[in-house]
Design a protein around this ligand. Structure first.
Ligand code: SF4
Length: 350
């Protein structure tokens, strides 16, 4: 197939959504938006994007930002490794590239958190380089255009679809072309039912022509996620000044899932009350289990946490166990970031 770029670009010109990082494709802005848009919907991202750039207006500010501030700016977006990678990469850009993102696909790809899609998006949108940017939306559009019935998760299929996108790319408008494919995937060639009746590429689309578009792309069934059980202890103590009560926060390890974020006391396994009481007393002498907390679950990319536990009370002046702090509700709101996994328990912190 040849010739998708002209009708696609004409359609994009008429139908594209006005977005801040499109109107002003500064490399840093494109980078931040692309990182936020991985795993998160556009409508959710926009207020975060504006707040993030207001607080960290350039790469130097991002590189110098403290961990707690960074997490707070990302709070609610999830997948916090994206924020940590942004900052790690900002440090590298300051050290190696004088504070400017490199206008080079391979150099972009070498930065923490930047994979082939993000490197292609920044290279094409911010620097006008002829690099494909193939995300899930674009894979779906390309698989339907070619009526490609192979599993899109297979590297060979991805490569073939990326080669197609590259072949069709107009050399004078690679950024608009990539964004037009993404926009078509977001607005017209949507899962599960493509809107072929209003698609500018319908006459060129093999999937539509053969009546198989809605069945594409083919994806192998996802593997069942592993489940883990946890016991949550939300521990509160009277404030020493008699005002707000304090809540115990535990910092997660510096690496791995939810690295560096804060949580209630989290004990592995689903514990009976007697076992939980014994562990609590060992960590905080004089503390006691109280009201039972509701059971909840949180679904991560590769696993599911199932949690239940207790609201607990500790005596005034109790010493926080190692790795924990006592925080007032105001501090929880302003300074400490709790991941969405504990959303069901947030009311007990505030
Ligand atoms: Fe997608 Fe339908 Fe357009 Fe083909 S014709 S690209 S299936 S919306």
């Amino acid at each position: 197939m040849t010739g998708i770029s002209r009708p696609l670009l004409d359609w994009y010109c008429e139908n594209r959504r006005v977005l801040p990082f499109r109107e002003d494709p500064v490399p840093y802005h494109v980078w931040v938006s692309e990182m936020m848009l991985q795993q998160t919907q556009m409508a959710t991202v926009l207020p975060y994007y504006r707040r993030f750039l207001a607080a960290l207006p350039d790469i130097a500010a991002l590189a110098a930002c403290g961990e707690e501030t960074l997490h707070k700016l990302w709070e609610g977006l999830g997948y916090y490794s994206r924020a940590r990678n942004l900052q790690k990469a900002a440090v590298v850009v300051m050290q190696k590239y004088g504070g400017h993102l490199p206008a080079d696909y391979d150099a972009l790809l070498s930065l923490p958190g930047i994979g082939p899609y993000t490197a292609g998006a920044i290279a094409s949108i911010a620097f006008g380089l002829p690099c494909p940017a193939v995300d899930g939306n674009v894979l779906r559009v390309a698989a339907r255009l070619l009526a490609d019935g192979r599993d899109v998760a297979l590297p060979a299929t991805k490569q073939a679809l990326t080669d197609f996108v590259r072949r069709e790319m107009p050399q004078n408008a690679p950024g608009d072309y990539n964004q037009a494919l993404m926009e078509l995937g977001a607005l017209v060639c949507v899962p599960p039912a493509p809107r072929c009746g209003v698609c500018p590429l319908a006459a060129l689309c093999a999937g539509y022509g053969q009546g198989v578009a809605a069945a594409l792309p083919v994806k192998a069934p996802a593997r069942a996620k592993a489940e883990e059980q946890y016991t949550v202890l939300v521990v509160r103590a009277p404030g020493t000044d008699g005002a707000d009560s304090l809540v115990l926060l535990q910092k997660r390890p510096a690496g791995g899932l939810l690295a560096g974020l804060w949580q209630p006391l989290l004990l592995p396994g689903r514990m009976a009350a007697s076992a939980a009481q014994a562990q609590l007393a060992a960590l905080l002498p004089g503390a006691a289990l109280g009201e039972k907390l509701p059971a909840t679950r949180h679904v991560f990319t590769h696993k599911i946490w199932r949690m239940t536990g207790w609201l607990c009370s500790a005596p005034p002046g109790a010493k926080a166990p190692p790795g924990c702090v006592w925080a007032a509700p105001r501090q929880v709101r302003q300074a400490y970031t709790l991941p969405g996994a504990f959303k069901a328990y947030l009311q007990y912190f505030l």
